[in-house]
Structure formats: structure tokens, C-alpha cells
Design a protein around this ligand. Structure first.
Ligand code: PEP
Ligand code: MG
Length: 577
């Protein structure tokens, strides 16, 4: 009988194949006291293991085929840099000498201490970097224990066409397995930001992460099907199911190949109207993907990473240099920079979003926090203005709730402009200013906001959270998350209509804009600008190129009154048919 499990699908695609369970050697590390006269020998052992780990990583780096995505070499480079850092090369030696202990124990003490520092940080991005630290320490430990004979995973093992089930995978493991033709991955640890997830997406390998105890439930050699989109894992499925998944796999592969042909195709509806497809970016690395798919520009640059990465407010120069690099990379395409949206789930130590942590999504967040303490945003505004002399930049304020907030934010921008003029800085005097409409109050008052802004951008991630009163990071209320809820769609329509009335563009930059199931509904409601993760752009382009706008207007309006789930599903199937 088939066994069905569910994890977190992080890299789309179907994989079918026999299970390969990866059990790493679980060595128990014990403390051994070393005689003073043997300390030099122990230090030598450590140095030799360190050098073996380095050689292994260098070999992996030199084996990376030239056509591989840049992410891969970046990961291996980062690991090599970490390996050279004193925390991994010198500190364990100090511990051996001070504690007069064996090299394994010294390495373990140092690893535990560093991992603890990472664990004390709440940010999910930083938490995944903790995995890097563990991976690199483990490379040295493996070399130490096996006296330099093994590598991350044994390349001679038969990964071809297997689905690997592991506790976690390092970038080096992933690389070796990919070379050997692995079919897919399931890991017990990790989340959507984990390296296995990021690499699997780059390499187009179906992957599921966060499936607790997967190695207990699955047996080596049994047949497995995984769906990297839904997170479904099926063991020992019957022939009928296997046939069904083979068919879906073929369809998906054909679709991906077809989509590749749309790189240079015009972004127009079948009925001829131009639709703007923009990208959401968070870090500079995201720009590499943009070049391939010819996006019309960036509709949302989330700048929080500049703050989160350093865990402090960056200075004007740091902002400026980053924005100039981004605008140059865009080669004339427009860049919409969202001013920093700290607070809620994005906190840094040096900025206090207030003592009431119970409900931070409703607290001092986004523009509220910046107006409360302008020193967070003024260096950013100055840098954005300076960068606007180098290419087309737009400013966008997040989390607006009242007109008074918008006017204060604009005043802050004006005074910043004045002080820069006085100092002779050049900038775009007419830099467009937009607002994110992501609070229901702002959506209802969209017309008033439109009077003071050059463009509106609908942030559905927050708009849905606040309209339906569901915390977007709380798994327990996920079931209520519904972009097609008539209340949500009514607000979206109000914003689009306000833009049309005031003749200003309206973009949508929440995840809903990148979901092909909703493209026709949104086109029918009048949306003409979509901003989304780069990987979604070709799929959305494909849908709109097959859509006549006059055919979707009326069906889209039907959703505004549809309160029943099954009727909603019928309407959706119909509009997408
Ligand atoms: C949104 O809320 O839809 C949005 C795009 O902003 P973020 O996800 O960064 O809050
Ligand atoms: Mg938001």
C-alpha cells in the first residue's frame, strides 16, 4: 500500500525513482586529555585535516561545469572563505593548546560556540547561514576522523536517478549528486531559504525539505514519487498512480522547455494590449536571473536585506553603492526601491520597534517605524536620490495607513531634497513617488492616496493578512489564506479603479501577481502591471499571451460575489480553461 507524506515543496518538478537513504557517519566526539609533549602532534593533526577539507572543496570548485548557475560556485566560495577564517583555522588550535585536549574535541567546542551565536539570532536568513557554519566544520571533522580519506559524500556511489533522503545536504553534496544525475531530494531539515532549496531551484532538481523523520518512514530501494511543488511524497504507489505522475512529469518538462522560448517574446495579451511584467528582487544576486528573461524592470526592490545582513542601519554610502550597482546592472530598465520595511518579522538589534512584541505585524513597522525614527530612512532617501542621477529610479513607501503618514513621508523626502540641493548633489528632481497599498484602510482610501502619488502598488501578502486577520507566518491559520476571498478582491478592484480614475499606474507586487492561477482574474479586474519573483515571469507571460482581455472582464467580476469555495473553484477552472 502506498505511504503518503508531506513536506515543504521548494523546487518544482516531479521525480520518480528508488529511494537512497543517506546516513552519515555519526561519530561520538569525546574529550581526551593530551600530554603537554603531544600537543604539537595534535595541532599537526588538526592542520592536516583542515588542509584536506580545503583541498576537497577546491576540487569540487574546479569540477563545477562552466555552464552551471553562479549560485553554486558562490556557495563553494563562501565555504572556502569560512574555512580560511580564524574561527575555523586558528581558534581550534588555541583550544587544543589551552585545554590540552584532542583536536576533535577542540573542533566540537568551537563549532558549538559559533552555532550558538547564530542560533541566538531570530532572522530566518541568518539562521540558514548557521547551516553553512555547521557544514564547513563537518568537512574538517570528517577529514579528522577518517584521517583525510573521505569527502563530503562519496562520489562513486550510485546517485543516478535516485531520490536521496537525507537529514540535510551541503552545497558540496548537492553538487556531487547533481553531477551524478540524482532525480530529486527530500531532507528532514531546512526551509524555503535553506541552501538545498536555493540550489535545487537553481539546478531545477525537484526537492522537498522539512520532512521530519523521513529516514524512519522510507526504506532504501523502495519506489518513490515526489512533487516538488506541493511537497507530496508517495512511497510504493500503484501502477496507476505511477503512470499519472509520469504523465505529469512529461507535461511539466515540456512546459518548461516551451516557456524558455518566451524569453524574447512580447509581453502582450492575445488581444494586443501591453502588459508590464516586472521583477521583485531582494539581493543583488537576483539580478542575474533577470538578464535571461528580459523583465521590463524591477517593480519591488525589498531593501531590508541591506539592514538585516549587517544587523544595523547601513550608512548613506553603503546604500548608494548598492543602488548604483543595481541600476547599472539594469541597463536603463526602471528600478522601484521600496524604502525599508523593518518591524514585524524583520528586526535588527539597533532599531527598537517597541516593547509590544505580541502582535508586531500590527505594530511599529515599515513607514510607521521610519517616521518614528527618521534616522533609519534619511540615509536611504539621500542615497536613493543620489543614485537617481545614474538611472531611472522610483521611490515606494511601505505600510501606509493614513494620508497624514504619506504627507509626512513626502515632507521628509522634500526636506532631504532641499538639503541635497544646498550641497550641490545632482538627482532626479521629478523622481516618481509611489505607495504600497497593503493595509485595508489604504485600499479603501486608494483614491485619496492616488491624489498624492505617482503610482500605487498592491502588496497582497500583507493586504490578505490584514483583511482576513491571519498572521502570514502562522501555520495554524494558513487554511484561511485565500487571495480570491471576495473581500480581498473587492479591495484590489478599488485600488485598480482609483488608479484608472486618477490616471496613475497600479502594479501588484505581492505573491498573488506571480501565481498563474490568478493572472486572468487580475487582468479581468483591470490590472496591467505585475511584479513577481523572476522565476515566475515566463509562466505569467505565457498565460497573458493566451488571454483576450474582453473574455475575462465579466468572469472576473463574478469572483467579487462568490462566497462559496466550490463555486469559486468552478469559476476559476472556467476562466482558466
Ligand atoms: C506584500 O505585502 O505583498 C509585499 C510585497 O511586501 P512584503 O511581502 O515584503 O511584506
Ligand atoms: Mg508587505
Amino acid at each position: 500500500m502506498a505511504l503518503m507524506l508531506n513536506g515543504m515543496g521548494v523546487s518544482r518538478g516531479i521525480a520518480l525513482g528508488p529511494v537512497y537513504i543517506l546516513h552519515r557517519n555519526q561519530h561520538e566526539i569525546v574529550e581526551q586529555k593530551i600530554d603537554k609533549k603531544n600537543i604539537a602532534k595534535e595541532v599537526k593533526r588538526f592542520k592536516s585535516a583542515h588542509s584536506t577539507a580545503k583541498k576537497q572543496l577546491q576540487k569540487i570548485r574546479s569540477d563545477i561545469p562552466a555552464e552551471s548557475p553562479d549560485d553554486i560556485s558562490t556557495f563553494i566560495e563562501t565555504h572556502l572563505l569560512m574555512l580560511d577564517d580564524a574561527m575555523m583555522s586558528a581558534s581550534p588550535i588555541e583550544i587544543i593548546k589551552q585545554n590540552q585536549c584532542n583536536a576533535e574535541w577542540a573542533l566540537k567546542l568551537q563549532r558549538d560556540a559559533i552555532v550558538k551565536v547564530f542560533e541566538s539570532m531570530d532572522d530566518p536568513y541568518i539562521a540558514t547561514r548557521k547551516d553553512d557554519v555547521k557544514h564547513v566544520f563537518n568537512h574538517i571533522m570528517e577529514a579528522l576522523i577518517s584521517r583525510g580519506k573521505t569527502r563530503a559524500v562519496d562520489a562513486s556511489e550510485k546517485w543516478k536517478d535516485r531520490i536521496v533522503i537525507a537529514d540535510d545536504l551541503t552545497p558540496a553534496d548537492t553538487m556531487i549528486m547533481q553531477h551524478a544525475g540524482v532525480a530529486g531530494f527530500v531532507t528532514e531539515m531546512g526551509g524555503p531559504l535553506s541552501h538545498t532549496a536555493i540550489l535545487a531551484r537553481s539546478l531545477n532538481i525537484p526537492a522537498i525539505v522539512g520532512l521530519n523523520d523521513a529516514r524512519q518512514y522510507l526504506k532504501r530501494g523502495e519506489s518513490l514519487v515526489i512533487d516538488g511543488e506541493s511537497g507530496l511524497v508517495l512511497a510504493e504507489a500503484d501502477e496507476l498512480l505511477i503512470d499519472h505522475f509520469h504523465k505529469r512529469q512529461r507535461e511539466l518538462r515540456r512546459k518548461t522547455k516551451e516557456l524558455g522560448k518566451l524569453n524574447d517574446a512580447k509581453s502582450r495579451a492575445k488581444s494586443g494590449e501591453k502588459i508590464t511584467l516586472l521583477a521583485n528582487i531582494e539581493v543583488e544576486d537576483d539580478l542575474k536571473r533577470l538578464r535571461k528573461i528580459n523583465a521590463s524592470g524591477v517593480g519591488l526592490y525589498r531593501t531590508e536585506f541591506l539592514y538585516l545582513r549587517e544587523n544595523r542601519v547601513p550608512d548613506e554610502e553603503e546604500h548608494y553603492k548598492t543602488y548604483v550597482r543595481v541600476i547599472r546592472a539594469l541597463r536603463g530598465a526602471p528600478l522601484t526601491i521600496r524604502t525599508v520595511d523593518l518591524g514585524a518579522d524583520k528586526e535588527i538589534d539597533t532599531v527598537n520597534a517597541g516593547p509590544l512584541a505580541h502582535n508586531p505585524a500590527m505594530g511599529l513597522r515599515g513607514i510607521r517605524l521610519c517616521l518614528h525614527d527618521p534616522s533609519i530612512i534619511v540615509p536611504q532617501l539621500r542615497a536613493i536620490l543620489r543614485a537617481s542621477a545614474k538611472g531611472p529610479i522610483k521611490i515606494m513607501f511601505p505600510m501606509l495607513t493614513t494620508i497624514s503618514e504619506l504627507l509626512q513621508a513626502k515632507h521628509l523626502l522634500e526636506t532631504t531634497k532641499e538639503s541635497m540641493r544646498a550641497k550641490g548633489f545632482k538627482f532626479d528632481e521629478k523622481i516618481p513617488v509611489g505607495g504600497m497599498i497593503e493595509v485595508p484602510a489604504a485600499a479603501i482610501s486608494a483614491s485619496h492616496f492616488a491624489e498624492h502619488l505617482d503610482f500605487l502598488s498592491i502588496g497582497t501578502n500583507d493586504l490578505i493578512q490584514y483583511t482576513l486577520a491571519i498572521d502570514r507566518i502562522d501555520d495554524q491559520v494558513n487554511y484561511l489564506y485565500d487571495p480570491l476571498n471576495p473581500a480581498v478582491l473587492t479591495l484590489i478592484k478599488m485600488v485598480i479603479d482609483a488608479g484608472i480614475r486618477h490616471k496613475i499606474p497600479v502594479t501588484m507586487c505581492g505573491e498573488m501577481a506571480g501565481n498563474p492561477n490568478y493572472t486572468r482574474v487580475l487582468l479581468g479586474l483591470g490590472l496591467r502591471e505585475f511584479s513577481m519573483p523572476p522565476n515566475s515571469i515566463l509562466e505569467i507571460k505565457s498565460v497573458l499571451r493566451q488571454t483576450r482581455l474582453s473574455n475575462v472582464r465579466r468572469p472576473a467580476l463574478g469572483f467579487l460575489h462568490c462566497t462559496e469555495k466550490d463555486k469559486q473553484a468552478t469559476l476559476l477552472a472556467k476562466i482558466n480553461s
